[in-house]
Design a protein around this ligand. Structure first.
Ligand code: NAP
Length: 344
């Protein structure tokens, strides 16, 4: 009897993993997830898949070769989605060695062990628009790399050495999604979009007075994670492995996101002042709810990031379905519900 296709997802407990796992289950895959040990509960995003045993959890860490070998031997994957990473740009400045250990050497361990076990395995590597740094937007697959952070640097090295080079040298079927920012209601709370929606929800419910941000005029190309995981899968179904920019093609500032998220839960923000003195007030209450703090500015900032996803559109037939305003509204309303539940 023909067995189901098998997928091994590293980083299954993260934002993208929690969208990719149900997506692949729906496609009929047997889904395995590599999870590292944690002293707190790492499963809250995928509880509804883990408890009824829809997915199989394998303990392991990209820093530990034996655990990678065990996960590969147990799952016998046809496809590997390598989503595991230290994925926080700000934190990567504080722990650059750990960043390179996971995001570069970890990718090397995984690709080498996977290729040894099965030279025909198909691998998706989560690359990032941060590899372009401050290039002139829009960025496509031919834009020169110019990273500005340890995170971008670690991802770029992995992209060059284990994606581009292993494809050329070993004919390995490895693809990368050069993904621009993608968000969702389960984004980490220290990512700016989620920090905004979670803080706004607490302010709306009287649980917080204000919150602080860094550069609110920096612009990003923001999409919805639920849309982006489909592109990952599509890449691995092509005849040939390749790299694809995955983006919406539209950019908005942090301020735009804040205004859109606030509006979605009936908060109007009035801005006044300049630079570090700028504040955002709640029009209805007259209270200051947003302040600027130098602490949240990055040592090196990407000012404007916008992708050109025309190759993915042409070759994969992939397009984002969720608009910027829909995304902001989805996140703001979800956090309002969450905070209401948590505090009732
Ligand atoms: P995320 O929510 O931070 O998830 C990262 C996952 O990696 C978590 O499950 C984490 O486990 C796991 N992990 C970290 N270190 C590990 C290690 N040493 N061994 C095994 N697992 C480890 O990130 P995401 O937003 O889902 O992003 C998924 C991937 O896409 C990442 O590689 C990221 O760099 C890349 N990417 C994301 C975006 C975006 O906008 N979201 C854009 C471009 C590229 P714990 O739960 O234990 O921490």
């Amino acid at each position: 009897m023909k067995r189901n296709k098998r997928a091994l997802i590293t980083g299954i407990t993260g934002q993208d993993g929690s969208y990719l796992a149900p997506f692949l289950l729906k496609k009929g895959y047997d889904v395995y997830g590599l999870v590292r040990r944690s002293s707190s509960d790492p499963f809250y995003r995928i509880e509804q898949l883990r408890l009824p045993k829809k997915i199989k959890i394998l303990y392991g860490d990209l820093r530990d070769t034996a655990s990678i070998d065990r996960a590969i031997a147990e799952s016998q994957p046809d496809e590997i989605y390598n989503l595991a990473a230290l994925a926080d740009v700000g934190i990567s400045f504080l722990v650059p060695e750990e960043t390179i250990e996971i995001n570069y050497y970890g990718v090397g361990r995984l690709t080498n062990r996977a290729m040894t076990a099965n030279p025909k395995v198909r691998i998706y590597q989560a690359s990032t628009s941060d590899m372009f740094g401050n290039a002139k937007p829009p960025y496509n697959e031919k834009t020169r790399y110019n990273t500005t952070s340890p995170y971008g640097e670690s991802k770029l090295k992995a992209h060059q050495d284990f994606v581009e080079e292993y494809r050329r040298r070993y004919n390995l079927f490895i693809c990368s999604g050069i993904m621009f920012n993608h968000e969702s209601p389960v984004r980490h709370k220290n990512c700016v979009t989620r920090k905004i929606t979670h803080s706004l929800a607490k302010i709306k419910l009287g649980k917080q007075e204000y919150f602080e941000l860094g550069n609110i005029d920096t612009k990003r190309d923001w999409g919805y994670a639920g849309d982006y995981v489909e592109a990952m899968w599509k890449m691995l179904q092509q005849k040939k492995p390749d790299d694809y920019v995955i983006a919406t093609g539209k950019s908005h500032s942090v301020r735009d996101f804040l205004n859109a998220a606030a509006k979605a839960i009936d908060i109007d923000i009035i801005w006044s002042g300049k630079g570090l003195k700028e504040i955002g007030k709640n029009k209805k209450t007259g209270k200051t709810i947003v302040k600027i703090n130098k602490k949240f500015f990055r040592p090196t900032e990407i000012n404007h990031s916008r992708g050109d996803g025309s190759k993915a559109r042409r070759k994969l037939g992939w397009e984002p379905k969720t608009s910027f305003n829909e995304l902001a509204e989805m996140m703001a309303k979800s956090d309002l519900k969450l905070v209401r539940r948590e505090t009732s």
